[in-house]
Design a protein around this ligand. Structure first.
Ligand code: SF4
Ligand code: SF4
Length: 197
């Protein structure tokens, strides 16, 4: 009885094997390394091979996909202006405590300034939960789609600093267009309410 199931399994493998060649012949070069080819192979109607040739080919990720957090900055008169106020809420809610923030101070008065002078995330400890982005009251920290961070040097490469985690708001709008539009709408409504009041 077991032998019969093994034969049936081998039959399925053989069917995929033959169909792969038939589809290769039918679709030609556009079957691999093209957006159309990837889309076709990941659809339920695909026949033959359905795996992607990573890293040359990558599956598109959905908007809500999340990997590591990044800080959003706006470009104001050619200068980077981080949205982060160094309030520390993200560091407080982070379950594995992998965020480290140092608040800026005014060089003349020594008083605290609502901006980070240092901001570190230990990305090997981060569990990609998204709590930091969820709780940030300033929409200053968002979850990235970039998952390619492999390296041989954990100490140097995997403790991200301010420079490494800061990305422009245009990048955020590109990877999360729905979220960005919704936040912009909410911001505009808040501004309009202030004007009326
Ligand atoms: S990212 Fe948001 S929650 Fe974290 S310190 Fe900056 S403003 Fe506060
Ligand atoms: S995604 Fe989760 S684990 Fe990673 S830094 Fe944010 S709160 Fe911490």
């Amino acid at each position: 009885m077991n032998g019969l199931w093994i034969l049936r399994g081998l039959g399925v493998t053989l069917k995929h094997f033959i169909e792969t060649y038939i589809e290769d012949f039918r679709q030609g070069k556009k079957r691999y390394f093209t957006a159309q080819g990837i889309e076709q192979r990941r659809s339920s109607k695909t026949r033959g091979i359905f795996t992607v040739q990573y890293p040359e080919e990558k599956l598109p990720v959905p908007e809500e996909f999340r990997y590591l957090p990044f800080l959003v900055y706006e470009e104001v008169n050619g200068q980077r202006k981080l949205r982060c106020t160094a309030c520390g809420i993200c560091a407080k809610v982070c379950p594995p405590q992998c965020i480290w923030i140092v608040r800026s101070t005014d060089p003349e008065t020594g008083r605290p300034v609502p901006a980070p002078s240092e901001f570190y995330i230990d990305v090997d400890v981060c569990m990609n939960c998204g709590f930091c982005a969820e709780y940030c009251p300033f929409d200053a920290i968002k979850m990235d789609h970039d998952y390619e961070i492999a390296s041989f040097d954990r100490q140097r490469e995997h403790v991200f600093d301010l420079q490494k985690i800061s990305k422009p708001v245009t990048y955020y709008a590109k990877i999360r267009p729905g979220n960005y539009a919704e936040e912009q709408r909410a911001r505009m409504m808040k501004e309009a309410a202030k004007t009326i009041a």
